[in-house]
Write a protein that binds this ligand. Sequence first.
Ligand SMILES: [Zn+2]
Length: 311
Amino acid sequence: MKSLIPTILIAIFPLVSYSQKPNFSVYNNQINMVKDEVKYFEIEKINSQFYMLVGGGGNVGVFISNGEVILIDNKYEILEDVLMTSLREITDKPIKYIINTHFHHDHSDGNRAFGKQGIPIISHQNAKKRMMEDVELYGGIYSFIKDFVQPKYDKASLPVFTYESKMTISQGNEEIELYNFGKAHTDGDSAVVFKNNNIIHTGDAFVRYGYPYVDLNNGGSIKGLIDFLGTLELLCDNNTIIIPGHGELSKKEDVTKLKNTLSDLYTKTVIGLKNGLSHGEISDSIEETLNGDANVKLNYIKSIELELSKD
Ligand SMILES: [Zn+2]
């Protein structure tokens, strides 16, 4: 009888895994919420060529040059009309390219609307790879992301141009450089640098809402994100305008501040764990300077521990 058990388990488990459909309910709830609540985007003018669209998903960058528009991120499919209304308040020029800073729904779900119009989409190669599957996001930092499964993108919604570490696009008077510096918010982030305008869109590898969400399920790394912030500092001078994935326009000093806060948290966590301190004791040793949510700080400490266990 005993020897039959493994045979039974082998027989049952494939059936279970094949019969389980991915559960998109958290994703669907989010889409419904966005549909009900988001009626317009705030338009922030950065200069005569550059605008930022704020609200209902990640910040969208709008770059106008040579009679054409390049969009950086595109929020949600369901907000296509809202996005186009905002864009048409700025310019009547056609969209030439869309750049995805990474694969997450709140930045790239709009691919599902714009891809089928034939607008070429550009991303890092790993972002495209993640878009080709149903993916479950890491739920260990913010509770509202628990059980969040993002459905795969169909072929027409996928990026058509990808790169490995750096890509350059010339457009009018501008050289646009896309960089991937390895694991950070995900394993497929792009920092999009507009050299002549001295503007950088960072996607979610730099944000202003407090503890930056890191997708440990999809190649993200807290240590990598801290390293990314260090590299981002080197790309900036004191006049650089940074469009974060979420939150207000920023400067180099804001990047430095976040980097120092996270480095301190990371170092104290590593040392604390080595010395056998509890998560709570480590948390108590770290001054709260980000958003005051003790739970998120604790989750960050646990996530660093998880990341270390995978090394
Ligand atoms: Zn993201």
